[in-house]
Design a protein around this ligand. Structure first.
Ligand SMILES: NC(=O)c1ccc[n+]([C@@H]2O[C@H](COP(=O)([O-])OP(=O)(O)OC[C@H]3O[C@@H](n4cnc5c(N)ncnc54)[C@H](O)[C@@H]3O)[C@@H](O)[C@H]2O)c1
Length: 330
């Protein structure tokens, strides 16, 4: 099949490209390299079934051409990461909403299967865990910019489901919980790569807040398997489905595990949210997915643990650190 991955030079998109090429498909990636990296897909460039286009999903004429010729669309392009969202709120909203609107419009016109990733952020300040797909969503006031990401993604969900309702567009919406693994960069505030990188360099690990907040981390390989199953299962069309891992860990415990597994001598320093993101930043204490719907629809069951994730991320960064010190020495 011909498959289009928007944002395919990003963290999840590049792993998806690897899997789909490995499964024998033809893959086109469109990416503007804003948070993605060429190095994520450089190894695919020689493959005759791979094509990279550096452009934006906001280029409607190009998107129409690409969608018309493809069989499937994975729309992974998005503004991502809490830091970016706090610093560039206009770009965040525009990229998320206009990008998804463009993709859905042409998928609807040419009747193409499409997967729209949403986020666990849409559950907002919900306190009753685990989060189920039909729970009420509780976000904050509009002057608190962190909620712009969740609300823009919520609007994407509404639009996708509206296309399903009005024209039976074969669209699947998936709410991704924290997804982690090799190639993810800590640059935009992602916690696992940030901690592991600091631990490997024996630098101080900065915990934002008091560290009692908890998260669940899914390995990108498990999540990518889930994404492809969702889009290949017609029972998922018009559905919203959580994906991730339900193993819960406090941020304190995560920092300690990163230190232990990398045999690091790093210490932990606590930094108030206001100092990192400005006054009035709101965070969620817990975020745990119910994976029941994903299990019953596509048999989704994550197979990799948090220790596997930390070890894989550490191995990835160790390679980078080794090659940069080699270059510096040469
Ligand atoms: N990683 C996670 O934990 C997580 C959690 C929830 C949801 N998601 C969602 O999964 C998707 C992929 O996220 P990721 O973690 O791989 O992030 P990422 O930043 O690595 O990937 C996003 C990609 O989109 C590209 N992009 C951004 N704007 C673009 C534009 N206008 N045109 C073309 N390309 C553009 C970026 O360059 C990047 O390569 C996003 O929709 C994100 O919201 C991720």
């Amino acid at each position: 099949m011909k498959i289009l991955i928007t944002g395919g030079a990003g963290f999840i998109g590049s792993h998806l490209a690897d899997k789909l090429i490995g499964d024998g498909h033809h893959v086109t990636v469109i990416d503007d390299l804003s948070t993605g990296r060429y190095s994520n897909i450089a190894h695919l460039e020689e493959n005759s079934r791979f094509r990279l286009i550096i452009d934006t999903v906001l280029n409607a004429a190009l998107m129409e051409e690409l969608i018309r010729e493809t069989d499937r669309v994975y729309h992974m392009a998005s503004a991502v990461g809490v830091r970016l969202i706090m610093e560039q709120p206009v770009k965040t909203i525009e990229t998320i909403f206009h990008g998804t609107d463009t993709v859905l419009k042409f998928c609807s016109r040419y009747r193409k299967r499409v997967l729209i990733p949403s986020t666990s952020e849409v559950y907002g300040k919900g306190i009753s865990v685990p989060f189920h797909e039909d729970d009420d969503l509780l976000t904050g006031a509009t002057d608190k910019h962190r909620w712009a990401y969740a609300c823009a993604k919520t609007l994407d969900e509404f639009l996708a489901l509206a296309h399903w309702k009005e024209t039976q567009l074969p669209v699947v919406v998936t709410r991704l919980f924290n997804t982690v693994g090799p190639r993810q960069t800590g640059q935009y505030g992602m916690v696992v790569p940030r901690f592991v990188q600091a631990a490997l360099k024996n630098e101080v690990i900065e915990v934002h807040g008091d560290g009692t907040q908890s998260r669940c981390f899914g390995h990108v390989a498990d999540v990518v398997e889930g994404l492809t199953r969702l889009l290949e299962t017609p029972a998922c069309f018009g559905q919203v489905v959580n994906l991730g891992n339900s193993e819960e860990v406090s941020i304190n415990d995560l920092a300690e595990r990163a230190i232990r597994l990398t045999r690091s001598s790093s210490s932990i320093k606590y930094v108030p949210y206001d100092e990192v993101y400005g006054e009035g930043f709101e965070d969620m204490q817990r975020r745990v997915p119910s994976l029941e719907k994903a299990r019953s629809l596509v048999g989704y069951k994550p197979t990799r643990t948090l220790d596997d994730i930390i070890n894989d991320v550490a191995a990835d960064f160790s390679g980078d650190i080794a090659s940069s010190s080699k270059q510096a020495g040469s």
